[in-house]
Design a protein around this ligand. Structure first.
Ligand code: 5GP
Length: 115
């Protein structure tokens, strides 16, 4: 049996993290190593999709739900303006292979932010 992802373990309460918002099929936490003044992760509750390409192919409605939750967080915490980053593949900086969106806001001009 494959080990659950770090995000599934957070969702199940095995690893401590505050779930700051959720919808039926997605949830959000603060990134443990923030790269911007506002840095949330929005994550489908299922770990079935490794990256955004798989998610878009397999469940576009769930991708839209992730984007909607990102927008709601940005409305609340960043005046509705934000950067949405899906690192896709190790060469692009992806380290957790349970698809997640980085929601970044605040003082973003200087850097190209991934994570
Ligand atoms: P990736 O590099 O795959 O695009 O993003 C994974 C993100 O998950 C990283 O920005 C990393 O800081 C974050 N992360 C990894 N482990 C944990 C954790 O246990 N708690 C939280 N809140 N974030 C984590």
């Amino acid at each position: 049996m494959t080990e659950s992802s770090v995000f599934t373990r957070i969702l199940q309460g095995e690893i401590p993290a505050e779930i700051i918002a959720q919808t039926e099929n997605a949830f959000a936490i603060r990134d443990i190593a923030p790269q911007a003044p506002v840095h949330f992760l929005v994550i489908p509750k299922t770990e079935r999709y490794r990256d955004v390409v798989e998610l878009a192919d397999g469940d576009p409605a769930l991708l839209a739900e992730v984007v909607g939750l990102a927008r709601a967080l940005a409305d609340e915490h960043a005046g509705g303006e934000f950067r949405l980053v899906f690192n896709t593949g190790p060469g692009a900086g992806q380290t957790v292979f349970h698809v997640h969106a980085h929601v970044l806001a605040g003082q973003l001009e200087e850097k190209t932010l991934g994570a």
